[in-house]
Ligand binder design. Structure first.
Ligand SMILES: *[C@@H]1O[C@H](CO)[C@@H](O)[C@H](O)[C@H]1NC(C)=O
Ligand SMILES: *[C@@H]1O[C@H](CO)[C@@H](O)[C@H](O)[C@H]1NC(C)=O
Length: 246
């Protein structure tokens, strides 16, 4: 093992290393990093170390390549990979990644964040659907799932809204089937359901009888007239009866 370019027995290194760390943390300032006991100037965010400094030259930095970033001054020899906002994790890009900042993801529409660090979301899940006999008490948000509530007694739902059962009796009808969690009551027309059709039928029959009677009377009259005309024609025109002017 080598420290500061000199060979050291492994067993004697522990206290030395501790001292070294303390020493270096004390010596390297905020804009420097420690590499092998030497303090080198950091690279700016958006860059990384290409070559560590030595006694004669400062740190050599290069900028990060595509899909990699460093968001703070650093002594890294590789930029960090950008987070991928993957639709299979229920995510989409809120802020694209560039050299100096990581991507920021947000839940897809209709999804909420399962795992968030500040504004960063790393996994999202689809909003739950409320079950039949439940209603949506609170719609989901970016950070919270849908909140469902149970429908109160006397109502039913398809999972969105509770609707009260139809009260057949108050409509003058009869309950054929009472309501369930998911379906309304079924009504049938009540005791006097036949009255209206009966009135219509009676009216219909009356109209028919009257019509038929009228038709028969008119026809009979016509036949009578025609026979009358043949035997006793009205206004007979007989020129022979005109008095002659002499
Ligand atoms: C990188 O993105 C951050 C956040 O959107 C923005 O503040 C910054 O200006 C961008 N930098 C570059 C070099 O485009
Ligand atoms: C529905 O939401 C209200 C507030 O919006 C709350 O007081 C109530 O407890 C909720 N009910 C259920 C079943 O979550």
């Amino acid at each position: 093992m080598w420290i500061h370019g000199k060979p050291v027995h492994p067993l004697s290194t522990l206290p030395l290393l501790v001292m070294d760390i303390v020493f270096c943390m004390a010596v390297c300032n905020n804009a420097e990093y420690d590499i092998n006991g030497q303090c080198c100037p950091m690279c700016d965010s958006g860059n990384r170390v290409y070559k560590h400094c030595d006694d004669s030259t400062s740190t050599t930095c290069v900028s990060c390549t595509e899909m990699r970033y460093t968001d703070v001054p650093n002594g890294l020899t590789e930029c960090l990979p950008c987070f991928v906002c993957d639709a299979s994790n229920g995510l989409r890009v809120k802020q694209v990644c560039n050299w100096t900042s990581d991507a920021v993801c947000e839940p897809l529409p209709g999804y909420y964040c399962l795992d968030s660090h500040g504004l960063h979301c790393s996994k999202a899940r689809k909003f739950s659907n409320c079950l039949p006999a439940q209603y949506i008490n609170q719609t989901g948000t970016e950070f919270r799932d849908t909140v469902c509530g149970d429908c109160p007694a006397g109502s039913y739902s398809d999972g969105t809204l509770c609707k009260l059962y139809t009260k057949c009796e108050s409509l003058g009808k009869i309950t054929v089937k009472s309501g369930t969690d998911t379906a309304d009551a079924v009504c049938r027309d009540g005791k006097h359901w036949y009255i209206l059709p009966l009135i219509f039928s009676v009216c219909g029959v009356f109209v028919a009888v009257v019509s038929v009677t009228v038709v028969i009377i008119v026809k009979k009259k016509r036949v009578y007239h025609q026979t009358n005309q043949v035997t006793h024609p009205h206004n007979p025109v007989n020129l022979n009866h005109f008095p002659a002017h002499n």
